[in-house]
Write a protein that binds this ligand. Structure first.
Ligand SMILES: [Zn+2]
Length: 502
């Protein structure tokens, strides 16, 4: 049996002023052909524990031959530009043509991927995959649980499996489950399932999508009950990342079933249940003032970790906001609290690197990309460390993967250490600060820019965590963003559910 495999993973944030191209994939993960099946990455680093690892493990166990195409991953960003998107389609079609004929196609997507001229880039690619292999070859895809699942995706596949964890730690397991399903369909052991998609018209903050507590845990348990009762072969829940102003937006439930009526009923049941829990997703947000007060008055048991999740590169924001630094300086924190901060600013990073360690620099920092969100801030600071630019993620989803900050330096303003970097990276791993000689465990206040993924590593250091109320493209304060394209009614803007109208 010959199964084509591949993957293209990127999350888009339509409120971000950044745009994305092929360079974003080349910077993180860009594998072609036989590289997908090699034991190590081209540079010699270990293969990440992602969907592809799961595909490979299932294939090895079941004696299936994999025909590799492309597997690539980029950091989150704004909408993808059309020209690189078309180039990516051309590269993928070329690989697919080389690998045909095949008995099945297995592909990993993120599923919240948006082009400058198409709200559903994933759907566009899935339709292209279907056209390339023809109507009879089974296709199974895997998706991030923040995907916005669309009718176009569902219409062109035979199965779909989503992550079941957030912070995400089951990339490989999801790949393994998707592969096992496809192999069973391709061998004729399982009939092609019917797929039913139901949506609850709600957008809820990502901070409380966590699956080890709260409403998502309850919903996952209900989904598992439905599987046990035989209403579903496999159910996936898509809380959807909230910063998508796109058509067909909403909390998705996908049920794969043997029986259309039962699968439909199960999908509707779970969508209604998700709707009933919408208010449980609300997040307590802290002002910077409140956070500073906590840092000064609470008994210290680990650093106070504050998240500027509104500027999370993991959610497609540029990572260039200076809002928190500005507030900390206004409050005089540079005289009292050892604070670790990070900020994307290519020009400021270059100037600091050029000044060298020990140099004193006058810089304008912040909002070089997110110009509508704030003004640059003038600072005078001492360069304390010029960094090497890369670090290796110590844990969680990307353990072992190398992140590239480009040119970077730590500058000090009193007791505030600010890590300036050229490129955005996932900021929720203490390895980032450690790579430039800063120890988060020893600080009073540590800034991350992440909705929830940072908890996987930072909860090992502290139980003191605050999500900040700050401006930005990935804010938890959804009412503060202008949504124009999502279907209405939509919670939290309206509070009624009209399934028949959808
Ligand atoms: Zn996600």
């Amino acid at each position: 049996m010959n199964i084509m495999v591949g993957g293209i993973l990127q999350e888009s944030n339509t409120f971000s002023e950044a745009t994305s191209g092929l360079e974003d994939f080349r910077r993180l993960l860009f594998l072609e052909g036989e590289e997908l099946l090699a034991e190590t990455l081209p540079g010699g680093a270990p293969m990440p524990h992602n969907e592809l690892a799961g595909f490979r493990q299932a294939a090895q166990e079941q004696g299936v031959r994999l025909a590799p195409t492309l597997f690539m991953q980029a950091a989150s960003s704004g909408r993808m530009r059309r020209e690189p998107l078309d180039e990516l389609k051309r590269l993928l079609l070329e690989r697919l043509a080389q690998m045909l004929p095949c008995d099945g196609l297995l592909f990993a997507f993120h599923g919240a991927w948006v082009a400058e001229d198409n709200d559903d880039a994933t759907g566009e690619f899935v339709a292209m995959l279907r056209a390339a292999v023809g109507p009879d070859v089974p296709i199974v895809i895997s998706l991030d649980s923040h995907a916005n699942v669309t009718r176009q995706m569902v219409a062109n596949i035979d199965g779909l499996i989503g992550y079941r964890t957030f912070p995400h730690i089951d990339h490989a397991e999801t790949g393994y489950r998707a592969a096992s399903l496809l192999f069973a369909i391709a061998r004729g052991e399982v009939a092609r399932p019917v797929i039913r998609l139901a949506k609850a018209p709600m957008i809820v903050p990502a901070e409380n999508h966590t699956t080890d507590r709260g409403p998502m845990l309850a919903l996952l348990r209900e989904a598992a009950e439905g599987e046990r009762a035989g209403d579903s072969l496999a159910t996936s829940l898509f809380a959807v990342q909230p910063w998508l102003d796109v058509a067909e937006m909403g909390f998705g439930v996908v049920v794969l079933g043997a029986d259309a009526a039962r699968a439909e009923a199960e999908a509707q049941r779970l969508a209604a249940l998700a709707w009933s829990k919408r208010e449980q997703f609300a997040v307590r947000l802290y002002s910077v003032e409140e956070a500073v007060r906590l840092a000064l008055t609470e008994p210290k048991n680990g650093p106070l970790v504050i998240s500027d999740s509104a500027d999370s590169p993991g959610a497609g924001s540029p990572g260039d906001s200076n809002f928190v630094l500005r507030r900390l300086l206004a409050l005089g924190a540079e005289r009292e609290l050892a604070c670790l901060l990070s900020m994307v600013d290519a020009t400021a990073a270059r100037l600091a690197v050029e000044a060298g360690e020990g140099g004193v620099v006058k810089l304008e920092v912040g909002h070089s990309i997110s110009r509508s969100m704030g003004e640059p801030l003038a600072i005078e600071a001492r360069v304390v460390r010029v960094g090497g630019g890369t670090f290796r993620f110590g844990g969680g989803m990307a353990a072992g993967v190398v992140a590239n900050m480009g040119r970077c330096a730590v500058v000090a303003i009193g007791s505030i250490s600010l890590l300036l970097m050229e490129y955005p990276v996932f900021t929720g791993d203490p390895a980032m600060y450690r790579s430039v000689g800063l120890e988060p465990a020893d600080a009073d206040v540590v800034l991350v820019k992440s909705a929830s993924q940072f908890r996987a590593e930072y909860e090992k250091l502290t139980s003191r965590i605050c999500i900040l109320d700050t401006p930005g493209a990935s804010t938890a304060n959804l009412a503060g963003l202008t949504f124009l394209r999502v279907p209405r009614p939509m919670y939290p803007f309206e509070d009624h559910f009209l399934p028949e109208g959808r």
